[in-house]
Ligand binder design. Structure first.
Ligand code: FAD
Length: 374
């Protein structure tokens, strides 16, 4: 290849290639937006058409809750994608984290929407479009959507790997500040020296986490009724940083291996990101299509209220969970201590081939993983 055809500077190739992942990753949230809209349409039309126990199924509270979840989440899918794409288009900021959060959150919530749609459709949700058509009914591929969306949680970085990558950004500042303090191998003397350095960082950083705009009832007033949601986002972001700091204090360098704790930290961050995106989207709709503003504000508020319940649960679970017990249990399962529970499963019912035909080793080290998905 002639040098004249080179894109960018010499030695920058890998960086450029990996940077494309940031915006490339946004194509998946875009697809999830479409699936959210489709699910909302089918849920609305079907829940009005199907009558059980004397009224349309959508009017039964159990189904109504699902419809409310689908509507609020479809709005949030739109909002998260629009915000992330605008940040990417503006080109002024590295959108690595926003794109990763958008990919992770969109693929998870759109799958939950699709699952709820299957449930709302009842037996017809489980049926294929072909089967429905053959019976003379509308060919709604709800089960196919569920199957197709499943892969989004696995490829372009599985949800577990995305959480690790995002969490690393949150924890890196602490690890850098703590230096030897967080190192398992450092001597007592090194740790004492690092403690002096870290105390300077935290003396500046920690007070910022106690008070902020979220405490002032007048802040974000431009957002009208959504101001309280943005104050919650701001307060919760600081709370999240404090909790991450406590995790750091408790586990030090081992925090990196606390995947369940870090996963919840990222789940909270993703919900806060989606809440902020919803408020920003409602504000944008007010300016561009004012005829939809009132309902956009309602949907944004509904999403925020629903997300706050989930966020409270995640915060609670940071410190009240079964992680330690589950770790022990899973090790025992792996060691074969409960194989009696598999009684009745025919030997080799899953076939006799090797688990992995291609013996090429996967990414073996943490460094490889980071290189692959950054
Ligand atoms: C339909 C389809 C299309 C695809 N298209 C492409 C493509 O175009 N380009 C491409 O490069 N790849 C593609 N892939 C591959 C895809 O990116 C991988 O399947 C995906 O990255 C997961 O890797 P894996 O299958 O090796 O799972 P594994 O790495 O074996 O993971 C198994 C499980 O362990 C979890 N796990 C793995 N490592 C860790 C860890 N360190 N900590 C916690 N949990 C962990 C995973 O999240 C998963 O739950 C495609 C796959 C499919 C099915």
């Amino acid at each position: 290849m002639p040098a004249a055809n080179r894109l960018g500077r010499e030695g920058q190739g890998l960086k450029i290639a990996l940077t494309t992942l940031n915006t490339g990753r946004l194509s998946l949230p875009a697809l999830c937006v479409a699936s959210g809209r489709w699910s909302l349409k089918i849920a609305r039309e079907w829940s009005n058409a199907r009558t059980q126990w004397g009224q349309p199924v959508g009017k039964h509270e159990a189904v109504g809750k699902k419809i409310a979840f689908i509507a609020a989440s479809a709005f949030a899918l739109d909002a998260v994608f629009e915000l992330s794409a605008e940040l990417a288009d503006a080109g002024q900021k590295d959108v690595r984290i926003e794109a990763a959060l958008a990919k992770l959150w969109s693929s998870e919530i759109s799958y939950r929407i699709a699952d709820e749609l299957v449930q709302i459709r009842g037996g017809r949700g489980f049926e294929t479009a072909e089967s429905l058509e053959a019976r003379g009914e509308r060919a709604v591929p709800a089960e196919q959507q569920l199957r197709d969306l499943r892969i989004n949680r696995i490829f372009e970085g599985s949800s577990e790997i995305m959480k690790l990558l995002i969490a690393r950004e949150a924890v890196d500042a602490h690890l850098a500040a703590a230096g030897d303090l967080a190192s398992v191998d450092a001597s007592l003397q090194d740790k004492a020296r690092a403690a002096v350095g870290a105390s300077g960082f935290y003396a500046r950083w920690l007070p910022k986490l106690v008070a902020g705009a979220g405490m002032d009832p007048r802040s974000y007033s431009d957002f009208g009724r959504l101001a309280k949601q943005l104050r919650f986002v701001e307060r919760s972001s600081r709370r999240l940083a404090r909790q991450t700091f406590y995790g750091m204090g408790r586990w030090q360098a081992k925090l990196e291996y606390k995947q369940a704790f870090l996963g919840r930290v990222v789940d909270i961050g993703a919900e806060l990101f989606a809440m902020a995106a919803c408020c920003s989207r409602a504000e944008m709709i007010l300016r561009t299509t004012p005829e939809h503003a009132a309902s956009a504000y309602e949907l944004a508020e509904a999403y925020c209220d629903q997300a706050r319940v989930r966020i409270d649960e995640y915060f609670d679970q940071l410190w009240r969970n079964t992680d330690d017990g589950d770790r022990i249990l899973s090790r025992k399962v792996l060691a074969g201590e409960y194989t009696w529970l598999e009684a009745g499963v025919l030997d080799q019912s899953e076939g006799t081939g090797p688990w992995i035909a291609d013996a090429t080793p996967g990414p073996s080290s943490k460094e490889n993983l980071h290189r692959k998905y950054r």
